[in-house]
Design a binder for this molecule. Structure first.
Ligand SMILES: [Zn+2]
Length: 98
């Protein structure tokens, strides 16, 4: 099925928390468009901030962040702040002209 095709290193799936379609990822630390997620990399759902981890097929699955060290937890919280800012900007952008 074409909808299941892996693109940008992400196997399309639904967020296990909010049900949003997840089919792309942006690296939080670089603007390199060629960089792809690897199995074991962490990611956040851009719609609900759920902490997810890429499995061996490139599919983001729910991840229990309690086992992370403090440095990684603070990086996750920084990334969450960015996704919240991004959502706020998108909401403001959508509000224009309506
Ligand atoms: Zn979600």
């Amino acid at each position: 099925m074409d909808n299941d095709k892996v693109k940008e290193g992400v196997k399309p799936t639904l967020c296990p928390t909010c049900g949003a379609k997840l089919d792309a990822a942006t690296h939080a630390g670089t603007l390199d468009p060629e960089l792809r997620p690897k199995p074991g990399d962490l990611t956040l759902c851009a719609y609900c901030d759920a902490l997810l981890q890429f499995d061996d097929e490139g599919k983001p699955v729910l991840f229990d962040g309690r086992q992370l060290n403090e440095r990684t937890k603070s990086r996750v919280e920084l990334a969450r702040a960015r996704t919240r800012s991004f959502r706020a900007l998108r909401r403001r952008g959508k509000g224009k002209g309506e």
